[in-house]
Design a protein. Sequence first.
Length: 640
Amino acid sequence: MPLSPMLKFFTIYTFYLIVFTKSTAQSQTVKIPETMYFAGMKLTLSNGAREAIEKDYVSIMKSPKYFSSIVQRADLYFPIIEKIFNEEAAPADFKFLALQESSLQSDVVSKSNAVGYWQFKKESAQEVGLQVDSDIDERKNIAVSSKGAAKYLKKSNQILNNWVYTLLAYYLGRSGVMPYVKEKYRNSNEMDIDQDMNWYVLRFLAHKFAYEMVVGQVPHPQLRLALYKDCNGKSLKEISDDKKIDLAELENYNKWLATNKVPEGRAYTVILPFKIDRDISGENVVVADRTETKTSPISTTDVAVKNKKNKKSKSDSEQDFNPLDLPLVVNHNKLRAVQARTTDSFAKLAYAGKITVNQFLAHNELQDFDVLIPGQLYYVEAKRGKALVLFHTVKAKETIWSIAQLYGIRTASIRKKNRMKSNENIQEGQILYLRNKKPKTPKSPNNATTPLFMKTKEVTPSSEPEPVKIAPAPVSVAEPVVETTTEIEQPAMELASGPIANTNAPAPPTIEKPAPILTHNTKDVINSTILPDSVQLHTVVAGQTLYQISKTYTVNVDSLKKWNTLPSNEISVGRQLIVKNSTQQKTTTNTSNANTYTVKKGDTIYKIAKEHGVRVEDILLWNNKDTNNVSIGEVLVVKK
């Protein structure tokens, strides 16, 4: 027989009372573990770090009443944060950061004028796509601001390659965190934390340790939250009447809306609070429940201890696994994964990854009736929205799911990047985009196929240009190529290395003598017969920008504009650009040697910035770089 609302509330209240009484008693004798886990990283804590975390923990647990209110708030909001972070492929462990920043209160304003759940300043909020003006302040919207926070954190991690440093950068900024960065911890799944670590990180770990074993044990005693999309042009009063939700309650959870009416012009999300015993599911309404989220929080305590405290979270068979018979957790595509054996099961793989079976199925886009495939790699944390490689050519018997598993990317992301419908199948030999969205097919006058490769026909200065011809080149492509280079008197083609170079990346394209084809714009063709050996050319293809080309060849945008006499950053498809001019580079280096620096073995961008008394972000700006990666022999501008 189902419990009455009153009895259910009393049961939940009793649970909180027992937990908080026990937590308060233990707060004076708590022992912070030597090892904690965060965002898939194993953190080994020194005695000094543990003492600092313990002090913060005792402070957090000081008031049982306040702690209880925060737990109930987290039970209400965490399902939404987990859902958003899972969709954005960001670690759900950062949900505890919202507790540290705002105690999950929408209208908190800091001394530095940071606002909302994630304490965004106006400029930072707008940088990640939040609307902040007199009518709308999406920093106070739990769903939209959480999406912005996930984007901000992921962008920082692309530079820092370490989630702990990314956490600290949220407080200090991406340049302010650099003194704490140690190269040995970049791309590492393990890290030592001592008392010299910034207090912000240690306090975060205290919040995670205090709340993660309590939050999520029972739902909020009164409310659940849903996301309502079909709201443009509607007032909160209309939504209140339509969904039978108290208007004052609706306004309380939507303080981001100053006018009480949702404007037109872009997609907005209204937060719907509703009674826990109501069913509000329907069109354009997404109920965020913990059972529906696909997150992989890793406990900071030993797994066996957690299972003992919460036996209902795992089946009896999961409790009996022999630790010596568990598969190893490996790093695949910079994600934690396990390789299935014939003796394994989904439950055993989940147990090895320290997650539940439901989380394991969600991370790998599986159903409980799916069959385990021996030898297949399965992930024990959420897959990303982008792969580490640019493209993949579909092979026989491959599916979108098998390709998604191969590269650690979600199937929905593959379909979105390749402009595929939900029911569209892939074909053998099809080229799939895995990092960037596939460009739209350009319309040509005669529906001619745009060639993958373009090559200029040799002409003499006195000859008249022939009419423009466009013809498909007989090209056999093993993997797609988005750019092509022509290096004078260099018959062999070399692949340029870059920040996303990967040893697992597919092989370079095989080209079977493409037929000579003139570019679309004859005035952009450079006469190759008069160029010196020191010059290298690049032919622009659809979708490329001058900035992308500069990153590929490790040159400045200003240099490209100067060498090619470009008045602006606009370039046309088919144009040949000078991307290497050794003679001119040497001259520049000799005349302004004090302003440049040639990267040597062992150099890092932080080391170079420190030696020249400048900031890392200045070097990134002056050299049009979006990562901290530098290569030996690279010439950097270090003074302006």
